[in-house]
Design a protein around this ligand. Structure first.
Ligand code: PLP
Length: 298
């Protein structure tokens, strides 16, 4: 997984001071900025507290996928942590501007970041960063996954909403630590398991399981992020006549399934070859079809 080589085009940075609807003085709601120089103050609450929300959007051959659903989820995450509501039209325009400003590449990763801003001001900070995507091809070919305890039950959304289940906040240090633990164990990624024994999601992905003709995922009510990728795939699978359901599943259920994937907007559909030491069937043709659908090309 490499990001910058001498041939990789520079990333594009757009600052969005008008994220809540536009500055009163008529200044531009967003503008290009130099990604190679520091832009964030050390007193921004995202730097001191990880206090903010974000989205990661995949762009394939110049077309961003699911911008509306991503920005809606950003608004929901913002509302969960009582941030001012971001203006979706401004952000959609700024995402397009970032894609346009970046040299054409097959796969681009666009991050939309919204923070609580500089301590004491109450003014959120927002920026959009577009860069060449990591090389996800090894993951898309199949990956080993370990099941790791998340330490929270599937009732967390009801019992402890202040833990922000289902919100995409910028406090991802735990998720990244879990991926490092997976790597120490010789795997590429993680499937989180709830304290009541049900599987949840990956640190940056949604679980998809195949059982015969049916496709299953973890219920959002169990405290997982509502994935844009799984929604896109479910809509397509349903159109094609395959039943799709949200269902609580155990590690043994996934190990005994007819295939499983971890889905996300930039890595797309990564098939699980092994869950812990149990081998799972992998269907490269179906995975390739999922990839086309998730790229918005089928
Ligand atoms: N679950 C978590 C915790 C995530 O961070 C992500 C994406 O980053 C997903 C699921 C997948 O969401 P999406 O398909 O919208 O990219």
């Amino acid at each position: 997984m490499t990001t910058s080589t001498p041939d990789t085009p520079s990333p594009v940075l757009i600052l969005v001071p008008g994220v809540t609807g536009g500055p009163a003085d008529g200044a531009a709601r967003f503008h290009l900025a130099d990604p190679a120089i520091p832009q964030l103050l050390v007193t921004d609450l995202v730097a001191t507290r990880g206090d903010g929300v974000f989205e990661t959007i995949g762009v394939f051959d110049g077309t961003p996928v699911n911008v509306g659903p991503h920005l809606e989820r950003l608004s929901r995450s913002a509302s969960r942590i009582e941030l001012p509501e971001p203006d979706q039209a401004t952000l959609a325009e700024a995402v397009d501007a970032a894609v346009e400003a970046h040299p054409a590449v097959p796969e681009l990763t666009v991050r939309v970041m919204l923070t609580r801003g500089i301590e004491g001001t109450g003014v959120p900070t927002c920026w959009i960063h577009a860069r060449v995507s990591d090389d996800w091809s090894p993951y898309r070919a199949g990956m080993r996954v370990v099941a790791l305890d998340r330490g929270l039950s599937t009732t967390v959304a009801e019992t402890s909403p202040w833990l922000l289940p289902g919100a995409k906040t910028l406090s991802y240090a735990v998720n990244m630590a879990a991926v490092r633990e997976a790597k120490r164990r010789g795997a590429a990624d993680v499937l989180f398991v709830a304290s009541d024994g049900y599987v949840l999601e990956g640190p940056t992905s949604t679980l998809l399981v195949r059982r015969g003709e049916q496709f299953l995922t973890t219920p959002v009510s169990a405290g997982v992020l509502p994935g844009t990728s799984v929604n896109t795939l479910f809509a397509r699978l349903q159109q094609d006549g395959s039943p799709v359901h949200e269902q609580l599943m155990t590690v043994a259920d996934v190990q005994g399934s007819d295939g499983a994937w971890l889905l996300s907007s930039t890595r797309l559909a990564a098939p699980i070859t092994h869950l812990d030491d149990h081998e799972l069937p992998v269907d490269p043709e179906l995975t390739a079809r999922f990839e086309r659908v998730l790229k918005g090309k089928a």
